[in-house]
Ligand binder design. Sequence first.
Ligand code: ZN
Length: 180
Amino acid sequence: MMLDEVMKNNANFVKEFEPKKMSHIPQKKLAIVTCMDTRLTGFLEPAMGIGRGDAKIIKNAGNAAVDRDVIRSVAAAIYALGAEEVMVVGHYDCGMANVDQEKLENTMKERGVDEKLLSDIDLKDWIGAIDGEEENVVEVVEKIKESPFIPEDVPIHGLIIDLYEGKIKVLVEGNITQLH
Ligand code: ZN
């Protein structure tokens, strides 16, 4: 199991590591909503110039905002942790843009998920499948902006990164006086 490998790696890490105290407040006063894609690990942060302690990073499949959890985390970043700007960062070639509903449903059934449960929900919607990477970023920016829990004085930007070149494009430039 990977657990053994991780624990071994951690023992080596701790030996080398020099402990230092850091604040839980994001130094760049920034919250980022992005995808859980493995290729963004150790890639998105340097591409944005973000280091350890700089930003709150909220990750999920397809940088979606299908449930209250993303809004809750963004709200916590703003009200409890001092974030003053939010960036939704999508990426091209997102796995959530190519979800095969039938395949997914069959796999879940095979793994023991109740058939009735699956027939009662819109599975693609539930899992956060997206129709297009750019459209999704714009939509999620709108959803966060429209939430009554998010203040109007926090700019919500929408960005997208190219996983191969590392280039970031701005799709939505948020401003301070957003009208809901
Ligand atoms: Zn993705």
